[in-house]
Design a protein around this ligand. Structure first.
Ligand code: WT7
Length: 661
């Protein structure tokens, strides 16, 4: 950039250079737009403007979609960084997800269709789910659980996971779901942090063909959780399960001892609904606190507008209830809209890599929401797995969890969506509770790799270090400039950490770690986590663009890039790549990969090292753990000191170290 003496200080050094230019644009089909709730970009823009001009009026109107026991007095009270929404209002989330559907045609409609990994199918209508929830709520009461008490839920993907959340919501006991694949240690830490006295779990669950013990982990955790008095156990596998008398109870036996009438508690809008822990890359897990009205409204409206959900749809979200996606888009948002949520218990590649396509065909799924990491696995496994299955019931696709690389986007669009389904690429976080940036499926022209435009009421911007908005295609920090209903209210028990983590980087605005740029149409392109940005010879490169360029090489299934300290350039680019099935690694392939990135992005991003890997280290929710790769890249002897407790598969790391050059 030319500098003159009269120019102000140079732009803050944190701007992220943007090099990858994705030019393709896909419009929703005329048919989809015609039938959608929002059918034109103009209508979306008008509503978005109105939502920012007068948020109270806008949200007040949308909140009429929920059922209230008592109307609110004030839509939003904002004492930065603490927000309250729908102050003075009273409602109940389980009432909104169940009871209100029982008086009309939804009464006997499927709320949940569940398929176990071994293949059995259980359907629960709204009436049946309501009964199960009331029974479990009464069992909780019998065990002394009162409004405000925290309840741990440690369950595999079985209907009881949703029943348990709603039963807690019914009596005003905030739940804290811990992913059932997490260790006893993780469960212990979270249980103690929120001071729960009761845990709902199961004997086991099925994964890749075997019954895995779940309750056994609870027993281990409870050695260090003195406050826990009762454990309620769902019988899923009937595997042998030791029970401690006086502490452990079979849920089906307990349910026999209570009746099926349980009135929903009348709760304040700001009554805590749940605490969900996010591990983050450093420090102890943060208990993200969400409350009732704002959170529910966020899930409800985004499900309605972004997924265009209709009562006749079968909707399939592949996320586990242990993540926020499973809370907002397997349970609350779908059920509050009277939708049908298909829940699958097991692995996507059991018994074969076509299990999802089989499920879609068999249950005639209309809406399918999954993650880029899963899509890249499907690509790697090969298209032959799709051929036998009829996917024509699908009408909308969704993506979440990381930036979707354009290669994966196009594959998803063509091969799964048959070029007729919009892809709703949803940017959001555990902390935001609901979608924040995504295309309106009937209105927003899609650009592969961009989450596009913000949701109603979301005042998003890309800023430099000093909080000044940057121009088109300049990368910076993605911030939200005002409160929104489904935002986290605090970190449980640590308001100081809440303020420091989210509201202090740039005073007065919310920042939770992502880099992004906006293009000339105002579209947001997420560049990855700011902590992972590479600094190569003075250029700051976001991980996602380089990884997208790598993944567009015909032989690459998945890629991750990290920086390695380099005397000359500051950092050198190290790429870890996994290859598509049937491709073999070779020095020539390395050169071809380097050349490919040079061509796609420019010489500056050419990896200095290309390392072939069998797999990449990921968290249990599918995110690549770049901090571990950084250590592998930088450490000559392959010694890793970093915390590996949230790693999905330790073997992956061991193998990576072996393949060091
Ligand atoms: C982080 C939040 C939100 C539910 C699942 C993950 C990344 C998420 C996208 C997307 C680009 C995305 C961000 C964000 N992320 N969705 N569509 N495009 N990046 O929840 O574990 O709280 O992670 O995931 O980096 O900050 P989470």
């Amino acid at each position: 950039m030319p500098m003159t003496t009269s120019s102000p200080a140079p732009a803050a050094t944190t701007n992220i250079d943007s090099m990858l230019k994705e030019k393709r644009v896909f419009k929703p089909t005329a048919k989809f737009s015609k039938e959608a709730r929002i059918g034109t970009l103009k209508k979306y823009k008008k509503m978005h403007r109105a939502s920012l001009r007068n948020p109270d009026k806008f949200w007040g109107k949308l909140a009429e979609d929920l059922s209230w026991f008592k109307p609110w007095k004030k839509v939003c009270v904002w004492k930065p960084p603490f927000a309250e929404w729908f102050v003075g209002g009273k409602l109940n989330a389980s009432y909104n997800c169940l009871d209100r559907h029982l008086t009309g045609p939804l009464r006997n409609k499927a709320a949940i269709i569940w398929e176990g990994e071994p293949g059995e199918v259980v359907t629960l209508t709204y009436l049946q789910l309501h009964r199960e929830v009331c029974l479990l709520a009464n069992v909780l009461k019998k065990h002394g659980v009162k409004s405000g008490d925290r309840v741990m839920i440690y369950l595999p993907m079985i209907p009881e996971a949703v029943t348990a959340m709603l039963a807690c919501a019914r009596i005003g006991a905030p739940h804290s779901v811990v992913f059932s694949g997490f260790s006893a240690e993780a469960l212990k830490e979270r249980t103690n942090d929120c001071g729960a006295k009761i845990i709902i779990t199961s004997d086991g669950g099925y994964r890749r063909g075997s019954a895995l013990a779940v309750k056994a982990n609870v027993d281990k955790a409870l050695d260090g959780c003195p406050k826990v008095k009762s454990v309620l156990v769902v019988q899923r596998t009937k595997m042998e399960t030791p029970m401690t008398p006086g502490r452990d109870f079979w849920l089906h036996e307990e349910a026999q001892t209570v009746n099926a009438v349980c009135e929903p508690a009348v709760l304040d809008s700001e009554h805590p609904l749940f605490i969900l822990y996010t591990s983050g890359s450093t420090g102890k897990p943060k208990g993200i606190l969400h409350t009732t009205a704002g959170y529910l409204l966020g899930c409800h409206t985004t499900t309605k507008y972004y997924f265009d959900l209709r009562p006749e749809d079968v909707y399939f979200c592949t996320a586990d209830v242990g993540w926020i996606t499973g809370h907002s888009y397997v349970a609350y948002g779908v059920l509050s809209n009277g939708g049908t949520s298909l829940i699958y218990e097991g692995a996507p590649n059991f018994p074969e890599p076509d299990r999802f396509w089989r499920l879609i065909d068999k249950h005639k799924v209309n809406i399918f929401y999954t993650a880029p990491t899963a899509i890249r696995s499907f690509i790697k496994w090969g298209d032959d797995w799709l051929a036998p299955h009829d996917l024509s019931s699908l009408r909308l696709l969704g993506s979440v969890g990381e930036p979707i690389n354009p290669e994966a986007w196009i594959w998803f669009y063509e091969k799964i969506g048959g070029k007729r389904c919009p892809i709703v690429d949803t940017w959001w976080q555990t902390e935001t509770g609901a979608h924040m940036i995504a295309p309106m499926p009937g209105a927003t022209p899609m650009k592969p790799g961009s989450a596009t435009l913000p949701f109603f009421g979301v005042d998003a911007a890309v800023v430099d270090d000093r909080g000044r908005e940057v121009g088109p295609n300049v990368g910076g920090k993605l911030v939200i400039k005002r409160p929104w209903p489904s935002m986290l209210r605090s970190i449980y028990g640590d308001a100081t950490r809440y303020r420091k983590t989210y509201w202090s980087e740039i005073p007065g605005v919310y920042f939770a770690g992502d880099g992004a740029r906006r293009d000339k149409d105002g579209y947001f392109w997420i560049q990855g986590r700011i902590d992972d940005v590479l600094n190569v010879a003075g250029h700051r490169l976001g991980t996602s663009e380089v990884e997208s360029a790598l993944a567009s090489h015909p032989d690459i299934a998945e890629a991750a890039v990290v920086g390695r300290p380099d005397e000359m350039k500051g950092q050198a680019v190290v790429a870890f790549v996994t290859l598509k099935n049937g491709v073999t690694a070779s020095p020539a392939l390395k050169e071809s990969i380097r050349a490919h990135v040079g061509k796609e992005i420019g010489p500056i991003a050419k990896p200095d090292d290309v390392r072939f890997a069998e797999g990449l280290p990921k968290t249990r929710s599918g995110k690549i753990m770049r901090r571990l790769l950084k250590e592998v890249a930088a450490s000559p002897n392959g010694i890793i000191h970093g915390d590996t407790t949230t790693l999905e598969d330790l073997n992956v790391l061991a193998k990576l170290k072996e393949t060091g050059e």
